[in-house]
Design a protein around this ligand. Sequence first.
Ligand code: ASN
Length: 328
Amino acid sequence: MKKIKVITTGGTIAMGEDQNTHQIVPKLSGKDLLNSVPELNNIAELDLIQYSNLDSSQLTPKMILELSKLVKKALASKDISGVLITHGTDTLEETAYLLDLVLDTEKPVVITGALRSFNQLSSDGKANLVQSLQTIIEPHSKNKGVLVVLNNQIHAARFVSKIHTNKLWAFDSINTGSIGSIDHCGVHYFYNLDKQVTINTEELEDNVQLIKLAIGNDDRLIQASLDYGVKGLVLEAFGLGTLPKSIVSALLRAKKEEIPVVITSRCLEGRVYNLYGASTGKTNIAETDIIFAGNLNSTKARLVLMLLLGQGLSKNEIRQFFGLKLKM
Ligand SMILES: NC(=O)C[C@H](N)C(=O)O
């Protein structure tokens, strides 16, 4: 029987109802969670670490980098065949992608969670745990980067997003669809998606802000971030990456101060690139020195920027990374 390291972090999967407030709060320790699903022991031998028991809104990139060190340590052990992480769903896609970026392993690493706490009628945690383990022990799950398993679906970390606040089908892979599924017959992949890229760093820069643009926005938030000494910015822009000219002077200031500004889109699907000449008024968009994030969503682009800055890359190296390394 294969041995799997299970790392629990919290989230609804480990929550239950508080009798007084009737709100959903952390209830199950990692041990309680695994003990509540005895079927897991028929699939693999489990070795547990409880990293935290938090709603995922309380996690930070630094904590996830710390978590990645635990995962690396587990993966380095010969007798461990893969790692399962349980996590709240609200920020699960960020943890999955950060781990995907920093881990370099052929062993399967799966993250799962639940939309319902264990005491709710439509509780999905148990099935998600079973399907996650099935995915880890499946030989075809090797070399795929970090996988997200929920609701009978397998997603690649770099494409997955939480797309619904509450439905059981809460996750989908933007631009691509899921890469596989789990049914009565087991685990099936629809296509092969190799892991994209690894960033070797022990540090990340957490002074990176994400700002979403709306029509008529002025540049106050960008200027305030620069005043405050931000080390990198992600701007969630319009459509293909167009910007209001009201923010151009702030972009030119960021350029002068050597602060990388990465552009993503408010659109759910598609890529951003430099097409619209008028998007910054009289200033040519290339003069603003902005970096286009391809098809990464804003939160994921921010993680890449944090890691690259943590690695000490220059603005030009960061531009090259977004332009070349994230292409395939
Ligand atoms: N379904 C969930 O897990 C949501 C919860 N608020 C969390 O992210 O921890």
